[in-house]
Design a protein around this ligand. Structure first.
Ligand code: BG6
Length: 296
């Protein structure tokens, strides 16, 4: 079940009978590949990604926990993406489970080291499921296991890097007219005006209280990604564009043209858990030929 990936890191490969597949690295609990039944890669991973702790893998689906980006005093995007997760061999029942057999359960618990920077005991269970139609579902369950009676709060994102053919041909639907916090303008609040979102420069926005369904239309590929989410009110949209791309050591100078991050997230309002309480957050992705989507 577990095999060796880049640099000998452990990974799990999920396969569905019709040919779709996904790969999950234990390092970061990180999905690094999602292929449809034609074997086409649907997620972006940088050709310069560094598969070596403590650097998070650039691309795929990093898990941002217990802090999104620099919205707090911890390292950016928290530490979960830099930890080696374990396989959870006896997970508690998942009420939202599908009929698929292609899934893996991972678990991350607070280490002595992590307790020094974030003094809260937690259990984070992640189930990654590849559905019969090739859909990719991630369910997170985070439990407060503090024995000191203290609640804790966190922010969260499934930092999903979609592979797109040409960013200037991409449209995002479902976020128009919403309020957002602009990370490029001191996290100030603005309201999106007008039509579907298109891209012609750097973008780093947190859309607030979004609909549960967001579509990413790749005109050139004639493909639409549909992102559905639950328990995650916000959605982050990020593309570094040329200047920031050049400044990132683990990202090719031109790669910004072929990726877009759209991330189911909980950022504006932190999630608070009392001892013994559990939170659930789900992100489900599907990729469909664009023509099938018209009129939906
Ligand atoms: C996005 C943030 O989600 O992630 C950006 O909104 C950030 O501000 C980007 O630059 C990448 O973060 P990192 O830590 O993986 O380089």
């Amino acid at each position: 079940e577990v095999c060796k990936g880049v640099n000998g890191l452990d990974k799990v490969v999920l396969r569905e009978i019709r040919g779709s597949s996904a790969e999950v690295y234990l390092y970061g609990g990180h999905v690094t590949s999602w292929k449809n039944d034609h074997g086409e890669e649907l997620l972006f991973v940088s050709s310069k990604a560094i598969f070596k702790p403590p650097k998070a893998i650039r691309g795929g689906i990093p898990i941002c926990f217990p802090q999104f980006s620099n919205h707090g005093s911890l390292e950016p995007h928290g530490f979960a993406r830099n930890r080696v997760w374990s396989i959870d061999s006896e997970p508690p029942p998942f009420p939202l489970n599908s009929s698929s057999k292609a899934f893996i359960d991972l678990i991350l618990k607070s280490s002595e080291e992590d307790l020094k920077t974030w003094p809260h005991s937690f259990e984070f269970r992640l189930r990654v499921t590849l559905g019969p139609g090739g859909d990719l579902m991630l369910i997170s369950r985070i439990r407060n296991t503090n024995t000191d009676g203290k609640a804790f709060s966190f922010t969260f994102a499934y930092h999903t890097y979609f592979s797109v053919s040409d960013i200037s041909e991409v449209r995002v639907e479902g976020l128009e007219t919403l309020d957002y916090l602009d990370n490029l303008q001191n996290k100030e609040r603005f309201t999106e005006q007008g039509d579907a979102i298109t891209f012609e420069s750097e973008v780093d926005k947190i859309y607030l209280s979004t609909p549960t369904k967001i579509a990413i239309l790749d005109h050139e590929k004639k493909r639409t990604f549909v992102l559905r989410k639950d328990g995650l009110p916000d959605a982050v949209v990020w593309n570094p564009w040329d200047k920031k791309a050049k400044a990132m050591a683990d990202f090719g100078d031109e790669e910004y043209k072929h990726m877009l991050c759209v991330e189911a997230a909980a950022v504006e309002k932190a999630i608070t858990l009392k001892p013994g309480e559990e939170w659930r957050g789900r992100q489900e992705l599907s990729a469909v030929p664009s023509s099938y989507c018209s009129g939906q």
